[in-house]
Design a protein around this ligand. Structure first.
Ligand code: ZN
Length: 199
């Protein structure tokens, strides 16, 4: 009886393992292991497709600008690795800014909360391409947090903020559109060599 009580106490008191979060499912294991919350999947049923396509596009050097630069190429490869990491969870919260405050303000489509959490709002993107752009922007921030750290404010905050945002906007703008406007029904986790996605 005593042992039983201790066992129960241990179950109640021990913290739950980090990887278990109710409702979270991997986007498209084994290729994209990013966790998506239930709410996110309901709000953005195309998120797994966007992430799988993103992964394929990120892996193909020829789809990116010739003058991309060594650093950005490195960042792109790191984002690929992040998509294989189940610790990253994408959740949904709408809206990130209350509606009455949206007017005249920059629309918040997504937010990187920490190196393992991205939050999308109701404004993350109506179509697959826009959604992928928002995801890629935030994935760049996750990459920055994991490998470079967040710039700390201080007197030159405007500078550190622009240094922080520029790579995210740049990669978002460079994302090729063609793969995302094709008629995809259900993009499963397919091998990169699949001729059907020879983009
Ligand atoms: Zn940003």
């Amino acid at each position: 009886m005593h042992a039983f009580a201790i066992a129960i106490a241990a179950l109640v008191l021990l913290p739950a393992p980090r990887c278990v979060r109710p409702g979270v499912q991997e986007a498209a294991a084994p290729c994209v292991r990013t966790g998506l919350t239930k709410e996110l999947r309901q709000k953005y049923p195309k998120a797994p497709t966007a992430l799988v396509l993103l992964k394929h596009v990120l892996a193909k050097d020829e789809l990116w600008p010739d003058d991309e630069g060594v650093e950005r190429k490195k960042e792109r490869k790191r984002i690929l690795e992040i998509l294989e990491d189940p610790r990253l969870i994408i959740e949904y919260s709408a809206p990130l800014v209350p509606h009455q405050h949206l007017e005249g303000k920059k629309v918040v489509a997504g937010q990187t909360i920490d190196e393992n959490t991205i939050r999308l709002s109701a404004l993350a993107g109506k179509d697959l391409y826009k959604l992928a752009q928002t995801l890629l922007h935030e994935l760049m921030h996750v990459q920055q947090l994991r490998h470079q750290g967040k710039p700390n404010g201080g007197p030159r905050e405007w500078l550190s903020l622009s240094l922080w945002e520029k790579p995210a906007y740049d990669i978002e703008q460079d994302l090729p559109m063609a793969p995302f406007v094709m008629e995809w029904k259900d993009v499963e986790c397919f091998p990169a060599e699949d001729p059907a996605i020879a983009l």
